[in-house]
Ligand binder design. Structure first.
Ligand SMILES: NC(=O)c1ccc[n+]([C@@H]2O[C@H](COP(=O)([O-])OP(=O)(O)OC[C@H]3O[C@@H](n4cnc5c(N)ncnc54)[C@H](OP(=O)(O)O)[C@@H]3O)[C@@H](O)[C@H]2O)c1
Length: 292
């Protein structure tokens, strides 16, 4: 029997499985091609769509450590996938402990202030509202089923497979640096380590910000990635032009500015970041991608 179940076993799930020893891990994915990727990693695949009916036996979370990494659907203000899984994981079918990857969008816009986990939860986007709904569902379920629940609030994830290559190739513009919001990031490998630390040390009902602790602005990030990959730096526009020319989804990322304090993650979970600075994390991505 596998000791660990990762629901939504994509990029971060596979990194977590590698740290756990893959042979002890089962991973839930939706598509057969994702299942084949898990098999190649020696992770037992469970093909199941959280948007369709499924049973506790198919999921088989009983008594396991459960990492829940599936995103909410792309629309709406709630997360019906979390509702569906909570409805089957009851009684004998409960996992032992749950770690959930949420996002820092639950805080909404903080006007560039440094914030810790005590900041008010005031999401300004549907993306943030869906995540806050998911957090609340998990906490209510955990209390009712007596399963410890740990929430990780995660900003932009970057890693070799997660760089904005397409966006840079398309030549999409960025805001002038003096108008660009603060953004926070975490390297995919550091996030995977934080997930394991949360399973081991995370306190029931607590939320932890998982970030590298060195926020910059989005324009600086895109310029650095362009330089790393030998691509042209993106064109720069001002905010008024951005409001006319960018999509609603891109504008939603520019509408929020915050700097994340990661003290609780470091002190309570004992996470030691491998890449606290973006330049080191990007250099590691470059080595993995074979960039000179
Ligand atoms: N990108 C960011 O900067 C960022 C920031 C904060 C938080 N997050 C969140 O962090 C989490 C982990 O990220 P990641 O990079 O590992 O994501 P990922 O590589 O896209 O993996 C997501 C996984 O969820 C599965 N999934 C999606 N919908 C499902 C459904 N209806 N039923 C069953 N499985 C489903 C996918 O399966 P298939 O492959 O079969 O579709 C995939 O295995 C995600 O929730 C993501 O939204 C991301």
């Amino acid at each position: 029997m596998n000791a660990v179940l990762i629901v939504g076993c994509g990029d971060i799930g596979i990194r977590v499985a590698r740290l756990c020893s893959p042979a002890t891990v089962a991973g839930v994915v939706r598509r057969p091609e994702s299942a084949a990727r898990l098999q190649a990693e020696n992770i037992a695949p469970v093909v199941l769509d959280l948007d369709r009916p499924f049973t506790a036996a198919e999921l088989d979370a009983d008594g396991r450590e459960l990492y829940y990494f599936a995103p909410p659907p792309a629309t709406g203000d709630t997360d019906p996938r979390v509702a569906a899984i909570c409805s089957v994981m009851r009684g004998a079918h409960r996992p032992r402990k749950l770690v959930y990857i949420s996002t820092t969008a639950v805080y909404g816009d903080c006007k560039g202030r440094w914030i810790d986990e005590t900041a008010p939860l005031e999401p300004g986007t549907a993306r943030g509202r869906r995540r806050l709904d998911a957090e609340r569902q998990w906490l209510a379920w955990g209390k009712q089923q007596q399963v410890p629940v740990v929430l990780l609030r995660v900003p932009g994830i970057y890693g070799p497979a997660k760089l904005p290559v397409q966006r840079l190739r398309q030549g999409l513009p960025v805001l002038a640096e003096d108008q660009a919001p603060f953004t926070n990031r975490i390297h995919a490998d550091d996030l995977a380590s934080a997930c394991l630390a949360a399973m081991q040390h995370g306190a029931d009902g607590e939320a932890y910000n998982v970030s590298d602790g060195h926020p910059t602005n989005m324009t600086d990030y895109f310029n650095r990635v362009a330089d790393l990959l030998g691509l042209r730096r993106p064109p720069v526009i001002d905010r008024a032009t951005a409001e006319r020319e960018l999509t609603a989804s891109m504008l939603s990322f520019l509408s929020e500015s915050k700097r994340l304090d990661n003290t609780k993650m470091r002190e309570k979970l004992g996470v030691k970041l491998r890449y606290p600075r973006l330049e080191d994390g990007l250099a590691a991505c470059g080595r993995e991608l074979g960039c000179d």
